[in-house]
Design a protein around this ligand. Structure first.
Ligand code: SAM
Length: 276
């Protein structure tokens, strides 16, 4: 008889052999996902391992050993203490993006019309709409991302519109009080030196043009037409982009209200007001 514990050790060994950084944590997550019970359960030590669950667990460990991100294998991840479905068509929500949500919760008022441009999984817009009674619309260019965002709105019991929009070329029909965005912002050289896990994420979600700033230019100039006078932009940025993004916005009729750092002390969020 093969016990659940023996199967766990087999999977854990696969991750360690592949030098996965947090192999014990990942093996535990994959085990609990496949076997549908906690590793601390009394079943773990002595219970005979179910063959189908063992096969799933070991095959998931092989995927992880192949550098597929844990979050895609699990198919879901927690963000701001809320559950989100995920697949390879959307960026994995990052802890840094919780800083963007914190900023939005500070500035958005009940009743505001709010847009989440480049929404991906919908983690920003759905979380804000969960805690503020605003009129939220989520936009992305990718139909596959929009279908994930729609599922996530239902999963979290949030009412939000989810629509296709190319932020580089189109504008929204109505003007917003607040636009939040975490757009693609990696530059050409960063795209060429991506970690193996990041290569599994959609390049559409990562690449911000040769200098990484194409989307910020489009947001400042094109999307000005989607924002009310005195309306706010709340933008997530790359850690080295605060000056360039500030210059783009202040050159185009915005006043900078705030620069917020992430938990590691890196510049992460900028807030602008549309002044003319
Ligand atoms: C960095 S991801 C951010 C996803 C999500 N907001 C988050 O924080 O996890 C950027 C998103 O921009 C979308 N995108 C790329 N080009 C776009 C465009 N021209 N118009 C609208 N969305 C676009 C991608 O599909 C992707 O979902």
């Amino acid at each position: 008889m093969v016990t659940e514990k023996q199967i766990f050790k087999e999977g854990y060994a696969i991750l360690r052999a592949a030098k996965i950084e947090y192999s014990e944590f990942d093996a535990k997550q994959l085990f609990e996902n496949a076997f549908c019970h906690k590793i601390t359960s009394p079943l773990f030590e002595k219970q005979e391992a179910d063959a189908a669950k063992s096969e799933k667990f070991l095959s998931d460990c092989k995927r992880r050993a192949n550098r597929e991100p844990l979050q895609y294998i699990l198919g879901n991840w927690e963000f701001y203490s809320l559950p989100f479905y995920l697949n390879e068509n959307v960026l994995i929500p990052r802890a840094d993006t919780e800083i963007t949500v914190e900023a939005a919760l500070k500035y958005v008022n009940d009743g505001d019309t709010v847009y989440d441009l480049c929404c991906g999984s919908g983690c920003i817009g759905i979380t804000v709409a969960k805690y503020k009674k605003c009129n939220m619309t989520l936009f992305d260019i990718s139909e596959q991302a929009l279908s994930v965002a729609r599922k996530n709105a239902v999963l979290n019991g949030v009412f939000a519109s989810v629509e296709r929009l190319d932020v580089l070329n189109d504008i929204a029909e109505k003007k917003a009080d607040v636009i939040i965005s975490n757009p693609p912002y990696l530059d050409k050289s960063e795209m060429e030196s991506l970690q193996p896990e990041l290569r599994h994420e959609p390049s559409l979600a990562l690449f911000g043009g040769d200098d990484g700033l194409d989307f910020y230019r489009a947001l400042a100039i094109k999307q000005k037409q989607s924002l009310k006078l005195n309306g706010l932009f709340i933008l997530e940025i790359g850690e080295k982009q605060a000056k360039s993004v500030t210059d783009i916005f202040t050159d185009n009729g915005y006043e900078r209200l705030e620069l917020i750092n992430d938990y590691s002390g890196n510049n992460r969020v900028l807030v602008f007001r549309n002044i003319f």
